[in-house]
Ligand binder design. Structure first.
Ligand code: HEC
Ligand code: HEC
Length: 301
């Protein structure tokens, strides 16, 4: 492994192996982030040794190794588990056990009732900048069965604590790119690279890219500053969730999402402005089709 990566891993593991906090230092306990909430999904050791257990394992493999196992469906450098942490198990990281029991559900994004498979297809098209597998494909079945298994014994149709990335409200002062860049260089670039390019060992990313051609595209949920701020606040820097202030999470999310990435695959008549009006004008806080420092954002790569 490259020294950069080792340093980064040491950094992320740092707080796990931290020395016990001395008595006079108890104040640190209060500021330590609370454990992620929610439901405890079953352990792998509970899986039956039959066709069902095998399909759950297949779905798990696709979820954590998506790019390598499904190259024809993935158009960037990401795996599902890069944004749904701890293999889709972690509360406040859009865990699969929080999602599965909530479908079918209406989504404003495509203005229809989505099955669970259609929801996953959305992440393939946008977050993975790829081509969604068919709803009745073996891969989709395996991914759905993996999610179903993680949700075993969870209540159905009831929103669990820890579902999604809980909203981090925008402050009255909004966000600031300059401050965001400072947060980025101080706390993120060691892993994600000075230019958001991530880090690779041979052909595989060991640290995922945040912008550029191998990142999520302009149609992905993560392109919204509010969604990225919520993800970041609860999950980054890796190993130190909850350590950024809400303001820092917004600033760094805005800095990341002012950078170019693959085009929105829904591009209307080749026009960024038409695409902005149709899909981005009412989609949270985002920069698509707007000018930042005189440069049009959303030109795509
Ligand atoms: C770039 C980050 C990213 C990647 C990669 C990604 N997703 Fe997502 N995913 C999101 C975001 C953002 C949401 C919306 C969460 C919310 O609404 O709070 C989401 C939502 C979901 C949901 C619905 C969650 C819910 O509670 O309703 C499912 C299921 C899901 N993703 C599955 C997948 C699968 C399967 C893959 C891989 C094929 C994948 N995602 C890849 C970012 C990502
Ligand atoms: C110690 C290394 C490390 C640090 C520091 C770190 N990250 Fe990450 N980040 C990761 C890893 C690894 C993943 C993928 C998680 C996984 O696969 O389990 C990730 C995932 C992400 C993702 C979603 C995946 C993608 O590529 O879009 C975003 C966004 C992100 N990080 C932003 C940040 C921001 C912002 C900071 C600084 C505040 C930061 N990270 C600091 C290692 C790090």
């Amino acid at each position: 492994m490259k020294p950069m990566i080792l340093a980064a891993l040491a950094l992320s593991l740092g707080n796990v192996h931290a020395a016990p906090i001395a008595m006079e230092d108890q104040s640190q306990l209060k500021s330590a982030p609370a454990a992620a909430p929610g439901f405890t999904p079953p352990a792998e050791s509970e899986l039956p040794d039959n066709a069902y257990g095998k399909m759950v394992r297949d779905g798990h493999a696709l979820f954590v190794d998506t790019r390598r196992l499904m190259p024809e469906y993935v158009g960037n450098g990401l795996n599902c588990s890069n944004c749904h942490l701890d293999q889709g198990r972690l509360g406040n990281s859009a865990p699969l056990w929080g999602a599965y029991p909530m479908y079918p559900a209406y989504r404003k994004k495509n203005d229809k009732v989505n099955t669970f498979a259609e929801r996953i297809q959305g992440c393939f098209q946008f977050s993975m900048n790829g081509k969604p597998p068919a709803a009745d494909s073996p891969q989709m079945t395996a991914l759905s069965v993996y999610a179903y298994w993680l949700a075993s014994k969870a209540p159905i149709g009831v929103e669990s604590a820890g579902r999604g990335y809980p909203d981090v409200p925008q402050s009255a002062e909004g966000y600031d790119f300059k401050r965001g860049e400072q947060v980025y260089q101080a706390q993120c670039s060691i892993c994600h690279g000075a230019n958001g390019e991530g880090q690779k060992v041979a052909k595989d990313y060991v640290m995922p890219p945040l912008w550029g051609k191998d990142s999520y595209n302009w149609g992905a949920g993560m392109h919204r500053i509010n969604t990225a701020a919520s993800f970041i606040k609860h999950n980054m820097p890796l190993g130190k969730p909850g350590s950024l202030s809400d303001q820092q999470a917004w600033d760094v999310a805005a800095y990341i999402n002012r950078h170019e990435r693959p085009q929105d695959p829904r591009l209307v008549d080749g026009s960024i402005e038409k695409t902005r009006l149709k899909f981005h004008a009412n989609d949270g806080v985002n920069l698509y089709g707007q000018k930042v420092d005189g440069v049009l954002v959303g030109q795509g790569l």
